[in-house]
Design a protein around this ligand. Structure first.
Ligand SMILES: *Cc1c(COP(=O)(O)O)cnc(C)c1O
Length: 416
């Protein structure tokens, strides 16, 4: 055996074993375009490092990050406690599979159940789509035992639940699934925020109703309280599981641990991912105990999900939030952001909850505005030509919102 290769000390590696990595945008763009499947139209920037609210590109230019890696970097970039945990745990033990017990997995599950707020059990995966796949499998298995005639999971139009074959069928935007027909059966869509349609749709054949209480990917559209509460009531009356996809809205993004907690309901299953690992890929499905117990050994599994490294990182993330006044902070900064954005002439329909915010431009392209903001060193997300979505790190301060508002004002002023 080669002691050099087996040494834990990476400095023992001869320099020549490392792949040279390009650090200039032109080379990086060219390589990506030639070697990566064309599933993304990436912006012309390559990020090199980040700190707190800021990102730095390969030329050293600073950006204010108001997207936080699609709502994952709640604690901001390079959080010391998270990075230290990641480093320390990676040197101790990274992975042994789900065939064995490890330290930390049970504590993380307990912490998530406490945030969920009722007795439950957890399954860990690696992403939001996987968390939803687990919820779908669990609901179907529960249905076979409890509602044998039912075969359908109902979701809302405009929803987004992931990119796997089952979750694109669940997603209430048919264009995501159509190119990949045959479409996975067992899903039906009902118009979002339409109480009467829901009453007609939820019936004998329905196993579960799954929603995002704030639709994120389609432009940040909160459900009405009446809609969510009626859905919860109908599900209870008709023996239908209520599943809330908290992949984007969960882990304090809304100002509460999970966004469903703004609606006075108690869902049977929730799913979490994005911000849970602060950039470390992880997903979790949390179900009420009586539902969770529909799974038996062998029903579901994953090689990586809930490995010891992921659990250590997520515990560090949740510990960081516990040590902060995060709920109050997110609520206050989110309300301030919506107020300031609504004051901009040319901006309308400012909406959202906590630091999950969408708005619309009445007169010009959201895409163009997002491009100009990026050129000015501010990262936001344009959805189609009309909507802007911001999902800042939850450590965002009032001054960061002021920077965004000034920049948008200047862009609009220039267009006059
Ligand atoms: C991002 C997202 C998903 C998919 O998560 P992945 O980690 O990309 O698989 C599912 N549901 C919602 C609400 C999301 O925002």
């Amino acid at each position: 055996m080669n002691d050099e290769i087996n040494s834990a000390d990476s400095s023992a590696h001869p320099a020549s074993v490392h792949t040279a990595v390009a650090t200039d945008l032109t080379t990086i763009e060219k390589l990506d375009s030639e070697k990566l499947m064309h599933t993304y139209k990436r912006k012309p920037v390559a990020f090199d490092h980040g700190q707190g609210m800021h990102l730095y590109d390969t030329d050293g230019k600073e950006y204010l990050d108001l997207l936080s890696g699609l709502g994952t970097m709640g604690l901001g970039h390079s959080n010391k406690a998270v990075s230290d945990t990641l480093c320390d745990q990676s040197k101790k033990l990274m992975h042994v599979s789900n065939l064995y017990h490890v330290e930390g997995r049970g504590e993380l599950a307990s912490a998530l159940i406490a945030l969920y707020g009722q007795p439950g059990k957890v399954f860990f995966g690696n992403s939001g789509a996987e968390a939803n796949e687990c919820a779908i499998k669990l609901a179907r298995k529960w249905g076979h035992a409890n509602k044998p005639a039912a075969d359908t999971i109902v979701t809302a139009t405009g929803s987004f639940h992931g990119r796997t074959l089952a979750t694109i069928a669940a997603t209430g935007q048919p264009e995501f699934a159509r190119p990949f027909a045959p479409i996975t059966p067992g899903f039906a869509h009902t118009p979002f925020n339409d109480v009467e349609a829901l009453d007609v749709m939820l019936g004998e054949k329905t196993i579960a109703f799954m929603i995002e209480v704030v639709q994120g990917e389609s432009g940040v559209w909160p459900a009405t309280k009446e809609y969510v509460q009626t859905a919860a009531e109908l599900c209870k009356q008709r023996d239908i599981l209520f599943i809330v996809d908290e992949v984007q809205s969960g882990i304090y993004r809304s100002g509460k641990p999970f966004a469903f907690q703004h609606f006075g309901i108690a869902p049977d299953i929730i799913t979490s991912a994005k911000a849970l690992g602060n950039g470390f890929p992880v997903g979790a499905t949390i179900a009420r105990t009586s539902v969770a117990d529909a799974f038996s050994p062998g029903d579901h599994g994953t090689t990586f999900g809930g490995n010891v490294l992921a659990c250590a990182v997520c515990l560090a993330v949740l510990d960081c939030y516990k040590a902060m006044d995060i709920e109050e902070h997110v609520t206050n900064v989110g309300a301030y952001a919506r107020k300031r954005l609504a004051e901009i002439p040319g901006v309308c329909d400012v909406r959202g909850i906590g630091l999950m915010i969408g708005f619309t431009f009445s007169d010009f392209s959201a895409q163009e505005c997002a491009e100009e903001l990026l050129a000015n060193g501010i990262v936001v997300n344009a959805i189609g030509d009309s909507y802007i979505r911001i999902l800042p790190p939850l450590i965002c301060e009032y001054a960061h919102i002021d920077t965004l508002v000034s920049a948008i004002n200047a862009i609009i002023e220039n267009k006059k």
